[in-house]
Design a protein around this ligand. Structure first.
Ligand code: 9D3
Length: 238
């Protein structure tokens, strides 16, 4: 997979790309990341990429020229059609199904904004999909692009190194995680549940599933609402 990030702050991505699961995926050739500074496509001597909004109002707006040119330049650098993702608070809310969908493409362009937003013609005049990572206010798209990259790259086959992860565990799929323990068996008076030490893998699996279900019912009942119940009936408490 190839991911190009278009941003005014390419340097913020570099430490991340040297560490983490993403860094390992880059080193092992599973993913190739390109960083492009939108400012390289500014034309005036001040290298400006933003301007005041028509109609007045606070803040600055990302202008069309440099953004169109940066996207077109990067899109022409290789074969095929990249999926272009505009990171904005108005986008579709990212969830794991959006991540899975993105991970199925060969080439992504992640377009990060700054200032008060993008000139509307960037949405209208380019083939882009808009994505938000949640209902809170960031100061730009960079942190969101890091989140998207992390979530997408760890789904690429081979990225985790242990493919029996929670994502592939149909037994607890879509549920919150069950309680986990490691040594010591007792810590400050808190003991590991006996069942985990029993060696009975059937009972352990059933216990974990019950714990995951109960925790999800309590903390995130919304996650139970529209899932295909693989063994868990829906609305048991109703
Ligand atoms: C005039 C109202 N603005 C401030 C409340 C709108 C606004 C513009 C630009 C708010 C945030 C931003 C910068 N945010 C992003 O670029 C962004 C984002 C986010 O803020 N939250 C969740 N997902 C994303 S993806 C990109």
């Amino acid at each position: 997979m190839r991911i190009d990030v278009l941003t005014l702050f390419p340097e913020v991505f570099e430490p991340f790309l040297r560490s983490s699961i993403v860094g390992r995926a880059v080193s092992s050739g599973l993913v190739e990341i390109g960083l492009t500074n939108i400012r390289d496509f500014a034309h005036d001597r001040h290298k400006s990429v933003d301007d005041t909004p028509f109609g007045g109002g606070p803040g600055m707006v990302m202008a069309c020229g440099p953004v169109f040119e940066a996207v077109e330049s990067v899109s022409a650098q290789r074969e095929g059609q990249p999926v272009r993702v505009l990171l904005t608070p108005q986008g579709r809310l990212m969830d794991q199904s959006a991540v899975r969908e993105l991970a199925g493409h060969e080439w992504l362009i992640l377009l990060c904004g700054h200032y008060e937003g993008f000139d509307e013609r960037i949405r209208v005049g380019m083939d882009v999909r808009e994505l938000s990572i949640g209902d809170y206010v960031l100061s730009g798209g960079e942190a969101a692009a890091l989140v998207v990259m992390d979530a997408v790259v760890r789904l690429l086959p081979g990225a985790l190194g242990h493919e029996d992860s929670a994502e592939h565990d149909s037994f607890t799929d879509g549920l919150l995680e069950y309680p986990q323990y490691t040594r010591p068996r007792e810590f400050r008076g808190m003991a590991v549940p006996d069942i985990l030490l029993s060696g009975d893998h059937g009972k352990i699996a059933a216990w974990r599933r019950e714990q995951a279900l109960e925790r999800t019912r309590q903390r995130r009942p919304d996650l139970l609402e529209d899932r295909e119940a693989p063994g868990g009936s829906r609305g048991e408490d109703d």
